[in-house]
Write a protein that binds this ligand. Structure first.
Ligand code: DCP
Ligand code: MG
Ligand code: MG
Length: 356
């Protein structure tokens, strides 16, 4: 039988911070922008479960979090560190997967295939995965198990934090039926409001709706939601360990707005990217530059070019994007150069797992 698992790390950014600051473990902790005693702008990226008890949530203004719990621990963002931990976790998970699809910095779908071919086997297998992640990365995760991606995701939400939850195919509808609409994958605030306006309040009611009516109100998305409400999802776990992009980034010793210093960095990064591209025997069609400013806002600019494998093409495009689009009023904390949309060059094979 087909078993699908979704592994999602618990309170990921804060859990990463706990590794190097064990003293925050027992304290409500928030990672995000500086609250500046309630006057700070920007949002909460995430918080641990202790902080959630006070009503703090991802995405809420940091000032609102501060009002709820001024004496929580507030930590700044360190994307480099979270990216490294993420890469480490993904490598661990891949070992356990026959099919694997990373869907965000902290979550991935996996099909164990013949390694766990039944519900009981899958439960035992998930426990093994969870244990390996914990032992090797030091981080907690939760795992949802079911027979498709949608239900694995829904099960994982239910398992959180630090749990494993299995939803058998025959139990999927009952499991979903009780949930309020916006807990169903795919339903955000707007869709919920539309559905409520036509009289639906729970996923169970939506499951019994006439799909034609939903088609009328929401187009083909309505049909999809009707399937979701019934626990149906035919999408595949898409293997994505083929190289999709190759990039390098550099954090400046000090935040800078000196053009020459940035261009030097772009030249150096482009050369490194080019070496990697050559090794893989690829040609690229898109060059992207990433600019992260000292206030942690981030700017990505891409340009499509004719397929190329030339170093100069990377440098020229990246430098031009920087000159055109960098915000002159801000200092850069970090710059990155990335190429993507590969076509094969000289018929060499595509290697997996290029350095991030
Ligand atoms: N994140 C973000 N902005 C958001 C939501 C999340 O930057 N609006 C970041 C911070 C999270 C990470 O992505 O740590 C993973 O997001 P999750 O939704 O998986 O949330 P957490 O892992 O933090 O908590 P949970 O235990 O609920 O999964
Ligand atoms: Mg998570
Ligand atoms: Mg997640």
């Amino acid at each position: 039988m087909r078993i699908v698992m979704l592994v999602d790390m618990d309170y990921f950014y804060v859990a990463c911070e706990e590794l190097r600051r064990p003293e925050i473990k027992e304290k409500p902790t928030v990672v995000g922008f500086d609250p500046k005693e309630g006057k700070g702008r920007g949002v909460v990226m995430t918080c641990n479960y202790l902080a959630r008890k006070f009503g703090i949530r991802s995405g809420m203004p940091i000032s609102a979090a501060y009002r709820l719990k001024p004496d929580a621990v507030y930590l700044p963002l360190d994307y480099d560190f979270y990216d490294r931990k993420s890469a480490e976790v993904m490598l661990i998970l891949k070992r356990f997967a026959q099919r694997f699809e990373q869907v965000s910095v902290d979550e991935a779908f996996m099909e164990p295939g013949a390694k766990a071919d039944g519900y009981e086997e899958a439960l035992a297998y998930a426990a093994k995965v969870k244990e390996a992640v914990s032992r090797e990365s030091g981080l907690p995760c939760s795992i949802g198990i079911s027979t498709n991606k949608l239900m694995a995701k829904m099960a994982c939400e239910d398992a959180k934090p630090n749990g494993i939850k299995l939803v058998k195919e025959e139990d999927a509808k009952a499991f979903l039926g009780e949930l309020p609409l916006d807990e169903l994958y795919g339903i955000g605030r707007k869709t919920r409001e539309k559905l409520e306006a036509i009289g639906y309040k729970t996923v169970g009611q939506l499951a019994k709706a006439n799909p034609m009516e939903l088609m009328d109100k929401l187009g083909s998305f309505g049909i999809e939601l009707h399937k979701y409400a019934n626990g149906i999802d035919e999408s595949k776990v898409e293997e994505n360990f083929q190289v999709k992009s190759i990039g390098r980034e550099k954090t400046f010793e000090r935040d800078t707005d000196r053009r020459e210093e940035v261009l030097d960095a772009i030249r150096q990064l482009s050369a490194e990217v080019n070496a990697e591209v050559k090794k893989a025997g690829l040609s690229f069609k898109v060059v992207t530059i990433k600019m992260r400013y000292s206030d942690f806002t981030e700017h990505l600019k891409s340009r499509s070019i004719r397929a190329s494998n030339k170093a100069e093409e990377i440098v020229h495009t990246a430098a031009d994007l920087y000159i055109r689009y960098a915000d002159p009023g801000k200092k850069l904390r970090k710059v990155g150069v990335r190429v993507s949309n590969f076509t094969k060059y000289k018929g060499q094979s595509v290697m997996a797992d290029f350095g991030r």
